[in-house]
Design a protein around this ligand. Structure first.
Ligand code: GDP
Ligand code: GDP
Length: 438
């Protein structure tokens, strides 16, 4: 099932990025106070009372020319209206209602999707009074917030999560076919890859309607295996006003990702991995999806010497760190090189993702690893890990039972993860590790 996606729209400097970080409860994004810069869009997963949803901060196209600026913002709002499930329209109490706010409000009032008007920077009671002017914009759902202090965000999250009905819950079933999403930025070769596979028409079992209209699911039978490919490649913009292909591609990549077990992330070999690719990669990892990277258009990489692929892979893995136990395949769709290999590997990752390690074997291996390298002593007390078990979750997760679960730090966690990966093949699969009190 498709995940629920909320887009934050509004003028620059109203506090979109601050709210985004607050919703994600992490401060990874750079909040830039300076106008006249372009800031990347940000994508993340919020979690509130056990319900998760995607959050997109539409970011800041900032231009010195008012015309360009207005056009860009309208464009983003339109895309967000088409692609998101709900919108947060953010204004700033300190500036009051601006012309651009009024313009955006006009657009949003026509939306069939729920819109939350969020008046931000309501840091104190004086501002709370001033904020009432925003009722004039004519929205039903109005929230007064201080993204900086977090006041009001709980109510907003309550209202958003109330919209996440069962149909949006990402549900996984063991008996279902493995689902592989083909994702990547525009022009990396997604459609070409699909066409190459569709060329093998006898392999197509059926077209399955995607759970949303924005993804296409195709049931294949190859290598005596049944699987479903999820793509968004064939889908183009719904109207030509929205020329922001990259924004489209990312929102759709997230939808495809939510419906998949494994994501095949295509890169353009000549361009290498971009910041946006890394964003998508870590989003998929955080969602517990399997990952395979296809370095496509490998035919265009000249002067191939024996080490070209190896060096490329090494460099790529350092960019992917810390989660870099991921298959990297050099493909050329035009020369039909390694495209079936890529599918084969994606299916292996699917299997790795559902792998269950026997508890006895797990303890035999891991207790030995712990014996040869203990966690550091805390306040004079040695940490003793007694027992480990794999949790009955869909994506691999392990609980280590010990005396001081809160005192084990990241480096040791990394050590355990590496040992798990060394001994049991979890290539392409994010692993979760928990420490519990014994
Ligand atoms: P964006 O361009 O819409 O993403 O806005 P930012 O999140 O970058 O915020 C712009 C500026 O407003 C930054 O200096 C923030 O620190 C500030 N800001 C954000 N939220 C609040 C708030 O609730 N109260 C106050 N006083 N300032 C805020
Ligand atoms: P999409 O936007 O990701 O679906 O990308 P397309 O499949 O439309 O491909 C964009 C362009 O890249 C097209 O002109 C393709 O012919 C070309 N292309 C795709 N794969 C390869 C490849 O492996 N090698 C080369 N040289 N060109 C490719």
């Amino acid at each position: 099932m498709a995940g629920f996606t909320v887009a934050i729209v509004g003028r620059p400097n109203v506090g979109k990025s601050t709210l985004f970080n607050r919703l994600l409860e992490q401060r990874k994004a750079i909040v830039d106070d300076v106008s006249g810069v372009t800031r990347d869009r940000q994508y993340g997963v919020a979690d509130w009372n056990g319900k998760t949803f995607n959050v997109i901060d539409t970011g800041g196209f900032v231009s010195n020319s008012d015309d360009v600026f207005e056009r860009e913002i309208r464009k983003q709002v339109k895309i967000a209206m088409e692609e998101a499930n709900a919108l947060i329209f953010m204004c700033d109490v300190a500036t009051g209602i601006t012309d651009l706010d009024a313009d955006v409000a006009d657009l949003l009032r026509r939306s069939s999707k729920p819109v939350f008007l969020v008046v931000n920077k309501v840091d104190n009671s004086d501002r709370r009074l001033e904020a009432t002017e925003f009722y004039a914009l004519g929205f039903e759902n109005v929230h007064f917030l201080s993204s900086m202090t977090g006041s009001g965000t709980g109510e907003l999250l309550d209202d958003i999560t109330a919209l996440i009905t069962d149909e949006f819950l990402v549900e996984e079933k063991n008996e279902a076919l493995p689902k592989i999403a083909i994702i990547g930025q525009p022009n990396v070769g997604k459609s070409s890859l699909l066409n190459a596979l569709v060329g093998q028409e006898r392999n197509i079992v059926s077209e399955i309607a995607g759970t949303t209209r924005d993804t296409i699911h195709t049931h294949y039978n190859l290598f005596q295996k049944d699987f479903v490919l999820i793509d968004t490649a064939g889908l183009r913009r719904k109207n030509k006003v929205s020329e922001d292909l990259e924004f489209y591609s990312v929102i759709r990549a997230i939808k495809a990702m939510d419906e998949a077990d494994v994501c095949m992330l295509l890169l353009d070999a000549e361009k290498g991995i971009t910041a946006q690719d890394l964003n998508i990669f870590s989003l998929a990892a955080r969602k517990g999806k399997g990952l395979v990277i296809l370095v496509n258009k490998w035919d265009l990489v000249k002067e191939k010497q024996t080490n070209t692929a190896r060096d490329y892979e090494k460099e790529l893995k350092s960019r992917l760190s810390p989660f870099n136990d991921v298959p990297i395949i050099f493909t050329s769709v035009v020369e039909k090189q390694r495209i079936f290999k890529a599918i084969e590997v994606a299916l292996e990752v699917c299997e790795n993702r559902t792998k269950k390690i026997q508890t006895s074997r797990l303890n035999e291996v891991m207790l030995k690893a712990i014996e040869s390298y203990h966690p550091p002593v805390v306040r004079g007390t040695p940490i003793r890990i007694k027992y480990v078990t794999q949790l009955p979750t869909y994506t691999p997760a392990f609980a280590f039972f010990c005396n001081l679960p809160d005192d084990i730090k990241q480096p040791y966690k990394n050590y355990l993860e590496n040992k798990l990966r060394e001994n049991f093949d979890f290539t392409g699969v994010p692993i979760k590790i928990f420490f519990r009190k014994k």
